[in-house]
Design a protein. Structure first.
Lengths: 523, 809
């Protein structure tokens, strides 16, 4: 296709080529001289043009991190690759190449304008990441299926599309179809779509579009539902009581307990199990609600804490800023006084005064910071105490509720044992009326077997309850420690940053003064 | 007095309309009168009345008169209705009752002032006070409530002092609960002892200062204090009492008619009440007024406290207290009550005064002649009706330094309906500072303009309605050497621009400020934080030191930092040792960065930043220059506006608005013409023919046919005549034109250009006339048959030619 260069050798995108291009396209005139003097870093380049260079393979572009506009048109590129690092790219031109499939664009989330004109593409896809796409040029390709248009519906910002000279553009319905399915489109094949055409197209394809819309809405709703559910679960997880608002725990107790399931067929056990389950679920729900409430409490506690800390820091910063502003005012005037002073001894005296001022400012700022550190430390410790207490209380209460669960389980176990033994006696005496499933009947061999079976079921249940409790306790404890650690670490970071900032500022001031000194002495 | 009463009528009526409470006229007299005066009292009685009448006549005006007049001479008694000049028998009867009442009263209470019962009216006829009140409802909503109504009355009244005054007639503060983790305040390391000492010292100084001030104040007060009133308790006054109960009036209060202010009945200024009246009855106060009016009980139904003159004309406030046993009965037979009363008592006759009428003009004018001056202690308030002054001045408050009102402190002038939206002009005489306040809508969006002189480049502050301006300018302050502007809501986040100027360079040519702007020494610009940019790239302040070729930048402070980045550019163009121009060297840009970044260290970056700033500097200088120009423009405009002071007139004000007046008149004229045309079309076309026949006889069939034919042929002839006439005129014009053309052909060579022009214009006019005539003729030809047919149709339908219908039916 793009054949004027076919006679030439394919070229490699090497360092020389890139440097040359960058140099040519960089700043001009005076700025250009400066640029040459200093050299241009690839990562500072915003726009790069590499057309008519017979490039076969895109390569060596990883350094251009901040590139906004890249032109690779009129080459012999066959595959889109090597663009992963150019995340800021807004404008990409790959027209007049030999590309067959769209690929390798998944990281270019900022792309707004994409041109793939005159290539060998037959299917539009793999563009999902390009949420900001506004202009898409796919003319002179091999797209032959109208359904590709429906894929383009997901780009909410798409306003300009060119698809001319594709097999599909031959279809007589081509324009109407696109107008109907992409109602937000403004320009098609370099022409503005007028409202009249839009209306006509809409009327023509109304039925199928409505259906499509309905499906899309359904999908959307489903997605939203799932999202909401996930969020709900996430919320429960942060309260450490997920899956406790129902019979989930109870069901899981019986999930791996074959003996228990078998035993439930015993006469009278059914009802027993029913009441047991009800009571158990009530306790679980109690735990769940208590957990949510506690979570809410912890959250407000944390919020108040962080708000107060933020306010304190803000206040402190304001004070610091005021001090600096005051200092700068004075400093500026004294600097200009020094510049105008002619007598050397006077200058020296004034410079001394100035540096005294600087060190005074340093002291003041550091005092402020130390004050804040002390205040914050106290507050943080208080918060730590409170949150640890809160967590402890929560654990205690959950444990007592869990103990209730265990009691219920024990009670149930006793009852079950009673029934089992009485059933065994009946079987032994042979006056059992009902039929029992074979698995169950196999248990009633002798007393030990049945007692063991019931005991095993009981053990499994207790284990499940213990596990759930342990999980809750470990998770909340680790949350608590992590939180406290983070708060401490943040505070330390903040302090270091501030101290560094103050030092930097003071150093700058001092060096400025020193420079002045040198200059004066030189004069 | 007359006026007073009549005005109050409106008020009463307005209130009565909603089953109003009782507004009473109260007459106050001194209650703590010395005993010696008592003896002369009776002899004084006649004199008092006469004086009172005299006084009354002094301030009487007729409401019907066009302009309120003050002297008796201007009242045209002859035009007043008969009720003003005579008394009806009922009124005579009432007067007798009143006299009787008065006699009994003076007998019973010989040491009290005689009653004010029936003064003479403007026609020298005695009238009972209650009959001078006539409740009237006025069409102005402002008169519907007591406060605005009282204000209106007080505006209308003018106080004329008598020659002898003795012979007349919060918010609760919310406490913020401390939050749980609020940090503790830092430790206080200052010496408390020192502080205390300091505080003590300060207090001492303050106490001394206070003492000194107080002494001074006292001294001033002493000087100002009015001499004790020798006539305290002897003055007499009339005012309005509004009783509670109706129209959501929660408690009784007084209204002073001269000021329109309301006073509590507890007010110390009112020393006592002699008698009360409304349009139904007259009451004498029988309560002791030793403690001013504070202890008075305004229960007019209580005959022990209030002696009534006419029995039972109203039960009024007779409260349902425990003594009042018949109270329950009263409620049961309210309807019967009226009938019973009629038998027993004498009804108050109907008021003799005419219904008050206030024209919209008079209402707008408010004060007599539309002007009123009120003198206060150290202040004078003048009021004018709107549109009375050609510059829109409606009121002026002058405050004085001294009691004699000679040294003016400040003047405030309020304006209305000004086209330049000027609202208030404030002149401070001590500082000579003038401040103009504008309403929204000035062409330059002015809000406030304060200045000492209208010369440019002097001290002045101009505030603007920033939302009305494209550039969001809020305020511009000028001093001889600086100009400061404050902005709000700009897309480039500029908030402040300060320019300082150097002394003007003298040029040889004579030039005004416009062509020779002062050199700018320094421009400081400040910006709001632009949330779209990171703080270290968002400039907070930039200073262009134009003279030093230095540019200073200060960036915004990041949220968690206390220091801000700074950058300083020195843009000197220098030449290096080889003679090459140095484009950029590291020492041309001194920067301090809070978080050092790599790319800003590059010379290229700095160079570009500097170039950008250079362009910005040019722009800023241009802006400053434009601002100066704008000030000049504003000053010019203000001067023009002051000179022209045009007033706006609402388009709904058809009396004043010329345009709408014209429009209205045009409409009326058109209506009139339309009417005339209609009359014309109704001309009787048969009349001339019918006149030939003997009147009163019914037309025979033959006569009807002949009449019709005659009428039609006549009409036909008229149409033909008209066509001929047009034809003749057409031909005449054409001939004339041809002649002229011929003449032109012959004399073409000898013609002067003027003649030629004349000829050409004649030609075009003649052609126009010919064309019009042609058109008319064609139109006439087209319409004539139609008109003819229409007439025929009409004649067939004419009832007078009923015979015709029979023939053709």
């Amino acid at each position: 296709m793009n054949q004027p260069c076919n006679s030439m050798e394919p070229r490699v995108m090497d360092d020389d080529m890139l440097k040359l291009a960058v140099g040519d396209q960089g700043p001009q005139e005076e700025a250009g001289q400066l640029a040459k003097q200093e050299g241009i870093l690839f990562k500072d380049v915003l726009s790069l043009q590499l057309d008519f260079r017979n490039i076969l393979r895109i390569d060596n572009l990883w350094q251009f991190e901040n590139l906004r506009k890249l032109q690779l048109d009129n080459n012999i590129i066959e595959k889109i690759e090597g663009l992963e690092n150019l995340a800021h790219l807004v404008w990409l031109d790959l027209s007049f190449n030999n590309i067959e499939t769209i690929e390798g664009l998944d990281t270019l989330v900022n792309l707004e304008d994409l041109s793939l004109f005159n290539n060998r593409i037959s299917k539009i896809d793999s563009l999902d990441a390009l949420v900001k796409l506004q202009v898409l040029s796919l003319g002179n390709n091999r797209i032959d299926n109208m359904l590709n248009i429906i894929y383009l519906r997901r780009f909410k910002c798409l306003r300009t599309l060119s698809l001319s000279r594709n097999p599909i553009s031959e279809a007589e319905d081509y324009k109407m179809f696109i107008c109907a399915y992409l109602p937000d489109l403004m320009y098609l094949d370099y022409r503005r779509i007028d409202d009249h055409t839009k209306k006509l197209a809409e009327a023509k394809h109304q039925y199928s579009i409505d259906e499509l819309k309905h499906q899309e809405n359904l999908m959307q709703a489903q997605l939203e539902d799932e999202q909401a559910q996930r969020e709900e679960l996430e919320k429960h997880k942060t309260a450490f009581v997920e899956h406790l608002n129902g019979s989930f725990l109870f069901d899981s107790m019986y999930a791996e307990d074959s003996e228990g399931n078998n035993l439930s067929y015993l006469p009278g056990v059914g009802e027993l199990l029913e009441t047991y389950k009800d009571k158990f679920v009530i306790i679980c729900v109690n735990i769940f609600e208590y957990g949510l409430k506690q979570q809410e409490k912890r959250k407000t506690e944390l919020d108040t804490f962080s708000e107060c800390v933020r306010e304190a820091i803000q206040e402190n910063q304001e004070q610091g800023k005021r001090k600096i502003a005051k200092f700068e005012e004075k400093h500026l005037s004294s600097l200009s006084a020094i510049r105008e002073e002619l007598e050397l001894p006077n200058i020296e005296k004034m410079i001394l005064e100035c540096s005294a001022d600087i060190s005074e400012l340093f002291d003041a700022l550091m005092t402020l910071e130390m004050q804040l550190v002390e205040q914050l430390e106290e507050t943080i410790n208080m918060f730590e105490r409170n949150i640890v207490d809160m967590v402890g209380l929560f654990i205690e209460n959950v444990q007592s509720l869990m103990a209730q669960c265990r009691d219920l389980e024990n009670h149930h176990h006793e009852k079950l044992l009673e029934i089992s033994i009485s059933t065994l006696e009946k079987i032994v005496e042979g006056d059992l009326d009902e039929d029992l499933p074979n698995d169950l009947r196999a248990l009633f061999v002798d007393k030990d077997t049945i007692v063991n079976a019931v005991g095993a079921s009981h053990d499994i249940h207790l284990l499940k309850i213990d596990n759930r409790e342990d999980e809750l306790v470990t998770r909340i404890n680790s949350w608590c420690t992590r939180l406290i650690d983070r708060i401490h670490k943040d505070e330390i970071m903040r302090n270091r940053k501030r101290v560094k900032e103050i030092n930097q500022y003071i150093d700058h001031m001092q060096s400025e003064l020193d420079n002045l000194e040198c200059g004066d002495i030189l004069d | 007095m007359e006026v007073l009463r009549e005005k109050v009528e409106e008020e009463e009526e307005a209130e009565r309309e909603e089953a109003a409470e009782w507004a009473e006229w109260a007459r106050m007299e001194k209650m703590m009168r010395p005993v010696e005066v008592r003896k002369e009292e009776i002899t004084l009685k006649q004199e008092t009345l006469r004086d009172l009448e005299k006084k009354l006549s002094e301030i009487q005006i007729t409401v019907s008169a066009e302009l309120p007049a003050f002297t008796k001479d201007t009242i045209d008694i002859s035009k007043l209705p008969i009720s003003y000049k005579t008394n009806t028998p009922k009124e005579e009867h009432l007067l007798q009752v009143a006299d009787n009442f008065s006699r009994q009263y003076s007998h019973l209470c010989p040491d009290r002032v005689p009653l004010f019962l029936h003064p003479l009216n403007e026609c020298e006829v005695p009238k009972f006070v209650s009959t001078t009140l006539r409740p009237t409802l006025m069409p102005y909503p402002e008169l519907y409530n007591w406060d605005s109504c009282a204000q209106f009355v007080s505006d209308f009244l003018t106080m004329v002092p008598l020659p002898d005054p003795l012979k007349p007639t919060i918010k609760k503060e919310e406490k913020v609960l401390p939050k749980k983790y609020t940090i503790k305040p830092p430790r206080d390391l200052c010496s408390r002892f020192e502080q205390e000492q300091e505080v003590k010292k300060q207090q001492e100084i303050r106490a001394q200062e206070k003492k000194r001030l107080r002494e001074e104040e006292e001294r001033l007060m002493e000087a100002e204090k009015a001499k004790p009133d020798a006539l305290h308790g002897l003055r007499v006054h009339s005012w309005v009492l509004v009783l509670s109960g109706k129209r959501e009036v929660p408690e009784n209060f007084f209204i002073d008619p001269f000021t329109g202010h309301s006073y509590s009945t507890q007010d110390e200024h009112f020393l006592g009440i002699e008698s009360l009246w409304n349009h139904k009855n007259y009451w004498i106060n029988m309560q002791d007024c030793w403690n001013c009016c504070k202890d008075l009980i305004f229960d007019l139904g209580d005959p022990v406290r209030w002696e009534y003159m006419l029995l039972g004309t109203d039960k009024s406030q007779l409260s349902l207290t425990e003594e009042d046993d018949s109270g329950i009965n009263d409620e049961d037979d309210v309807e019967n009550l009226g009938k019973e009363d009629e038998d027993k008592s004498f009804d108050m006759p109907h008021s003799w005064v005419e219904q008050i009428e206030i024209s919209p003009e008079a209402f707008e004018t408010r004060c007599p002649n539309g002007k009123k001056v009120i003198q206060y202690k150290r202040a004078k308030l003048e009021k004018w009706a709107p549109y009375l002054n050609s510059n829109g001045l409606v009121s002026r408050l002058t405050t004085y330094e001294d009691l004699q009102c000679t040294n003016i402190l400040e003047i405030k002038e309020w304006y209305q309906n000004r086209e330049d939206m000027l609202e208030l002009k404030h002149i401070n005489k001590t500082t000579d500072l003038k401040t103009d306040y504008f309403k929204p809508g000035h062409p330059q969006a002015l809000r406030v303009h304060s200045y000492k002189s209208m010369q440019p480049e002097m001290d002045r502050v101009i505030e603007f309605y920033e939302t009305a301006r494209v550039d969001g300018l809020m305020k511009r302050e000028e001093t001889p050497r600086t100009m400061t502007e404050y902005y709000q809501g700009r897309p480039d986040f500029l908030s402040y621009r300060h320019a300082s100027f150097g002394p003007r360079v003298k040029k040889l040519t004579l030039s005004s400020a416009e062509s020779n702007p002062r050199p700018i020494v320094k421009i400081t610009e400040r910006f709001f934080r632009n949330p779209a940019k990171p703080a270290e790239e968002d400039v907070a302040e930039r200073v262009f030191l134009v003279a030093e070729e230095r540019i200073q930048l200060r960036y915004h402070c990041r949220e968690d930092h206390i220091t801000a980045s700074k950058r300083e550019f020195l843009r000197r163009t220098e030449v290096d040792s080889k003679g090459n121009k140095i484009i950029m060297t590291p020492d041309m840009c001194i920067s301090f960065e809070v978080e050092p970044m790599e790319h800003t260290k590059k010379l290229l970056y700095q160079y570009e930043a500097m170039m950008h700033l250079k362009r910005e500097e040019k722009l800023s200088r241009h802006q400053v220059w434009e601002s100066e120009l704008e000030v000049l423009e504003i000053l010019k405009l203000r001067e023009e506006e002051e000179a022209a002071h045009t007033l706006t007139i609402s388009i709904y004000d058809t009396k004043r608005n010329e345009k709408s007046k014209e429009y209205r008149e045009a409409m009326e004229r058109m209506m009139h013409e339309e009417h005339l045309r209609q009359v014309e079309t109704q001309l009787d076309y048969l009349a001339p023919f019918l006149a030939q026949l003997p009147p009163g006889e019914k037309l025979t069939c033959w006569q009807a046919v002949r009449l019709k034919d005659e009428c039609l042929s006549d009409f036909k002839q008229r149409l033909i005549n008209k066509a001929n006439l047009i034809q003749a005129r057409f031909e005449k014009e054409t001939q004339e034109l041809q002649k002229k053309q011929q003449w032109y052909q012959e004399n073409q060579v000898t013609l002067t250009p003027e003649d030629e022009d004349l000829y050409l214009s004649y030609c075009s006019q003649a052609m126009f006339r010919i064309r019009i005539l042609e058109q008319r003729l064609n139109r006439h030809k087209e319409l004539a048959p139609l008109k003819y047919l229409a007439l025929e149709e009409k004649l067939y339908k004419d009832p007078r030619l009923g015979e015709l219908q029979k023939i053709f039916a």
